[in-house]
Design a protein. Structure first.
Lengths: 290, 292
């Protein structure tokens, strides 16, 4: 049972991440390889605030969200002016600078050693210590994220986003400030990813730089595209699929070290196949890369 | 100390030039960022490693096989994946995503087959140390620099002085028009991928003989090479070498100010600065078409 809840919590966290990334990839039509960075910022903000300053309330999560959004401005303000493939390279650059900082800013992040002993969470005076409680917390964050994404997409704002995705120049000619829409979307997406990172830190009680690398960014992109971009169901479905994959392989008798490799081989190939044969993914609404 | 750092920059720049040339040729003709180039590079070194350790091939026999394997792999990705994607009207972003998928898959196949620990194909004869002034360097490093110079010049000659080169430049310039005049652009693309991948294979062996092999070796050097291509400027062979020199210098001379641990970060700060301030690169031509 404990194992099942563990898998569920991981799925819910990654579903939240995929959902937020889809705002950028599937609804605005731009590709960012820096999403693991925002995830990492959230995790480290919560870890540092709770282990150094002894804050372990909902305040850490909101701070994580705020700083994540702020960090997204550092990327989006300069880089979103670039054309799409240059933008991808720029986000690659930001992601690698971020990993570099995590590994080398030792006084704050403890470098490769990571931050252990992240304390339990207190919500309105109640300590969330049990796994069930943590699942509720992760589920709550996911639902809030879903509500935000849903509201955003079903508002005039969302219609403009889809317009930008289909024809940026047309939207510009309608007098829409395309850059501002993109920057705002980026900030919302990053805030959600950072909050998910905070939950991740609290749940694992230990974080290190290896969870927030370029490869993790690519994993998140694969979740969105394989599940299906531009929909509310697709990205969480992709997340569930790719989280379950190594677990399934463990049941098939693969050693855990090999299953990490096999998972990446499988989703790498799936990415190629989906782009070639079914650009909407499993249940998506937007053809990525067409 | 300065002369050593200078020597290090030149050696790094040579490797980035070689990887960057192949990447740039593909980018200029097929118009997408091919991340699979990273694993083309990785594969060559591991093929040589497998031949030299398991089958006891001498280096002189393993090297051509490894380079051919890299060329074949690159050509295969074009034939099996990218050509088909172009037919299905995939955008540059779609091609980029597919190449990311190939990169992730192959990198992990290498890691599953050979393990994540570093492997060595070094030869003591090639790692003999020379001293010039205050700078120390090895035979293989001199070879690397030599190879970069020779291949850059050769590639320039092929592109500008042969019929094949003219054809390639025609496809790169205007795929539509070159199809109208009867150029088989798929064939041109196939050979561009094969040639570019062979250069990656050569680079991989030269660097592999100097340092160690690891499954992630390709992605790191590719990102450096991409930076070199972008800050060098589009459309010219010699610009890649200039960009690579800047990246190598930033990386190794930056060590004086910051520590070695910030080497990679310095390069990407440089990249982002260039993308913002001068996206056409130091030697780039001004944009001809309206950038809509």
């Amino acid at each position: 049972m404990e194992y099942v809840i563990h898998i569920l919590i991981v799925i819910v966290i990654y579903a939240t991440l995929a959902l937020s990334l889809d705002l950028i990839v599937g609804h605005t039509g731009i590709l960012s390889v820096a999403h693991a960075g925002y995830f990492g910022i959230g995790a480290y903000v919560v870890a540092v605030l709770s282990t150094r300053l002894g804050i372990h309330s909902i305040l850490t999560l909101t701070t994580a969200a705020g700083l994540g959004a702020l960090a997204s401005l550092a990327v989006s303000l300069p880089a979103l002016r670039l054309r799409e493939d240059y933008f991808v390279i720029a986000t690659f650059g930001f992601q690698i600078i971020f990993s570099n900082v995590l590994n080398n800013w030792v006084p704050l992040t403890r470098g490769p050693l990571g931050i252990p002993g992240i304390p339990e969470f207190t919500l309105f005076g109640v300590r969330i210590a049990s796994q069930g409680g943590l699942l509720c917390l992760a589920g709550f964050v996911a639902l809030v994220a879903l509500a935000i994404v849903y509201a955003l997409l079903h508002s005039p704002f969302g219609r403009v986003l889809h317009g930008i995705r289909e024809d940026e120049v047309l939207m510009e000619s309608y007098g829409k400030n395309v850059l501002r829409f993109k920057i705002l979307t980026f900030a919302v997406s990053a805030a959600i990813a950072s909050t998910a990172g905070g939950v991740y830190a609290v749940y694992l009680a230990f974080i290190d730089p290896t969870s927030f690398t370029v490869m993790d960014s690519i994993l998140m992109i694969s979740m969105v595209i394989i599940g299906g971009a531009g929909s509310l169901l697709g990205p969480p479905l992709g997340a569930a699929l790719l989280v379950l994959l190594p677990e399934l392989m463990r049941f098939l008798g693969l050693p855990p070290s090999a299953s990490a490799n096999v998972r990446q081989i499988v989703y790498g190939l799936m990415l190629v196949v989906v782009i070639a044969l079914r650009p909407t993914g499993l249940v998506g609404a937007y053809k990525v890369g067409r | 100390m300065i002369s050593q750092l200078f020597a290090n920059s030149v050696i790094a720049a040579a490797a980035y030039t070689l990887v960057g040339l192949g990447f740039a040729m593909i980018y200029w003709s097929a118009r997408f960022f091919n991340f699979a180039h990273a694993v083309t590079y990785t594969l060559a070194a591991y093929v040589a490693y497998a031949l030299m350790t398991a089958l006891h091939f001498p280096l002189a026999a393993a090297a051509p096989v490894a380079v051919t394997a890299a060329a074949a792999f690159g050509a295969m990705t074009e034939y099996l994946v990218f050509k088909r994607l172009r037919r299905r009207t995939a955008s540059p972003l779609g091609l980029l995503l597919a190449s990311l998928g190939i990169m992730v898959a192959v990198q992990n196949i290498v890691s599953l087959t050979f393990g994540d620990d570093t492997k060595s194909i070094r030869k003591t004869a090639l790692n003999r140390v020379f001293v010039l002034g205050e700078a120390h360097f090895t035979t293989i490093q001199v070879w690397t620099v030599g190879a970069a110079i020779v291949i850059t010049i050769l590639l320039w000659l092929i592109l500008h002085r042969t019929k094949a080169g003219r054809t390639l430049r025609a496809v790169a310039n205007d795929p539509e028009l070159s199809r109208i005049v009867g150029i088989d652009s798929d064939k041109v693309m196939f050979w561009t991928f094969a040639g570019s991948s062979a250069i990656a294979g050569i680079a991989s062996l030269l660097v592999g003989l100097d340092t160690d092999l690891s499954p992630t070796m390709g992605l790191r050097i590719l990102l450096m090479a991409v930076t070199a291509v972008i800050i060098g400027g589009e459309g010219r062979i010699q610009a890649v070498a200039v960009g690579a020199a800047l990246v190598g210098a930033a990386q190794h001379l930056g060590v004086i100010v910051l520590g070695t641990q910030w080497q990679d970060a310095i390069v990407f700060v440089l990249l982002i600065a260039f993308l913002l301030i001068r996206p056409t690169g130091v030697m780039g031509r001004p944009l001809r078409k309206a950038a809509v």
